[in-house]
Design a protein around this ligand. Structure first.
Ligand SMILES: NC(=O)C1=CN([C@@H]2O[C@H](COP(=O)(O)OP(=O)(O)OC[C@H]3O[C@@H](n4cnc5c(N)ncnc54)[C@H](OP(=O)(O)O)[C@@H]3O)[C@@H](O)[C@H]2O)C=CC1
Ligand SMILES: N[C@@H](CCC(=O)N[C@@H](CSC=O)C(=O)NCC(=O)O)C(=O)O
Ligand SMILES: [Zn+2]
Ligand SMILES: [Zn+2]
Length: 381
């Protein structure tokens, strides 16, 4: 029985920006009131983990335990926890859902405010950390999840129980990438049958947007990526066209001109899934005058700003953003899991690499190669 006791386990610690993670033994304290300690079974590596490790995240603080796309089993719960119990299979939620705050009750957003302030500082809601290294130094939490540890502690509002039939090595991807892209299409943008869509960036997030657009019956789903290796995946997930701007444009033609030309004036919806601010501008300007909407999903580095001529907005184009696909994790994850189990939502297809936890630094390298969508880490190996 480990409940109520500190647990020693292996974690990958980010001691410094731009440096490899250190895989070492740490101590994970028991959960306090309204906290849940989870044995993480599998975690994938999202581009955002690499972004924070690189040092360009204004909220990135070190030393910390990164990882936010993970699934596991509840080991113990603190006082007052009613939504999960030991043994439950769960997904960690970097976008909490308390169901009580102004945001949760608004029905206009999934951006719960209950733990966001402390989450952004890398601590639990009481302002302290549950992680210590062997020298007794506290290690910061990350995005309220820290799934790069064999055990982690989450706020109860940051965890959702799922159908135990769902394989954790697959559905860990619903903790971020797949949910983010799919939700951005079907919830934030709410694309409809016949709409035209362009998706910039064919990573897991972008291809999940494509999947959402296909499910809704969009008439054109154009994927824009600099790497031809992404073309087959784009088509597999539902793209009707693939454009590589480095080779598929006429001399002097811009990607915006090309998209406007082939869509009779621009797209109904565009999505930035790259984090590149020039791409964000292109995505907005490729929207149809009068009604086109561009959804920013990509995360840009500290100091980066977006710009366009205000006239683009005056003439009816709309710029929007989407976090975790607009999905309320505790209320809506069950539906996504059911869709996956019923074969309506692709998840397995994003897993291009599998590695043992001790290989985590290689998993970060995988992200930079065109043949990788997601690497799933087995935390027991
Ligand atoms: N808002 C939210 O809730 C979330 C945001 N994110 C963010 O979304 C973005 C995508 O994440 P993810 O799918 O994991 O990342 P990936 O790195 O897997 O995918 C990004 C893709 O964009 C391509 N790309 C880069 N530059 C351009 C360009 N100029 N034009 C077209 N394509 C380009 C990349 O190509 P190449 O590989 O050749 O570089 C890659 O295929 C990231 O910024 C991530 O931080 C992620 C999850 C949640
Ligand atoms: N910390 C960064 C911003 C990072 C960011 O935008 N995160 C996304 C999720 S990315 C997942 O892979 C998000 O949902 N943000 C909303 C939030 O409340 O954190 C910065 O400070 O710029
Ligand atoms: Zn992510
Ligand atoms: Zn809330």
């Amino acid at each position: 029985m480990s409940a109520g006791e500190p647990i020693k386990c292996i974690a990958a610690v980010a001691y410094e920006a731009g440096k490899p993670l250190t895989v070492e033994e740490i101590t994970v304290d028991p959960p306090k009131a309204h906290e849940v300690r989870v044995k993480i079974e599998y975690s994938a590596v999202c581009h955002t983990d690499a972004y924070t490790l690189s040092g360009v995240d204004p909220e990135g603080a070190f030393p910390s335990i990164l990882g936010h796309e993970g699934a596991g089993i509840v080991e113990s719960v603190g006082e007052g926890v009613t939504n999960v119990k030991p043994g439950d299979h769960v997904i960690a939620l970097y976008t909490a859902e308390c169901k009580e705050c102004k945001f949760c009750t608004s029905n206009k957003t999934n951006l719960c405010s209950s733990v966001r302030a402390t989450q952004g500082k890398g601590v639990m809601p009481d302002g302290t950390s549950r992680f210590h290294n062997s020298k007794g130094e506290p290690l910061l939490h990350f995005m309220g999840c820290s799934t790069f540890s064999q055990y982690t502690v989450l706020a109860d509002v940051s965890v959702v129980a799922i159908d135990p039939e769902a394989p954790l090595e697959k559905v860990c991807l619903l903790g971020c990438g797949v949910t983010t892209g799919y939700g951005a299409a079907i919830k934030t943008a709410n694309v409809q049958k016949g709409d035209t869509v362009a998706v910039f960036g064919a990573g897991t997030v972008g291809l999940s947007v494509v999947q959402g657009a296909k499910v809704r019956g969009c008439s054109k789903i154009i994927v824009v990526d600099l790497n031809d290796q992404k073309k087959d995946w784009a088509i597999e997930f539902g793209a009707t066209e693939f454009i590589n701007p480095t080779k598929d444009l006429k001399d002097g033609q811009t990607i915006v001109e090309k998209l406007v030309e082939i869509t009779d004036g621009g797209l109904d919806f565009t999505f930035d899934c790259t984090g590149n601010t020039q791409v964000m501008r292109d995505a907005l300007e490729a929207c149809h005058k009068g009604w086109g909407q561009s959804i920013i999903i990509g995360v840009a580095a500290a100091g980066k700003e977006i710009s366009t001529r205000p006239f683009q907005l005056v003439t009816g184009r709309v710029w929007k953003g989407s976090a975790f696909g607009g999905i309320k994790g505790r209320s809506e994850m069950d539906g996504l899991i059911s869709d996956y189990l019923d074969g309506k939502l692709k998840v397995d297809e994003f897993i291009t690499h599998k590695r043992g936890f001790s290989d985590i630094n290689a998993a970060f390298e995988d992200l930079h190669h065109g043949d990788c969508l997601r690497t799933v880490l087995n935390l027991s190996k």
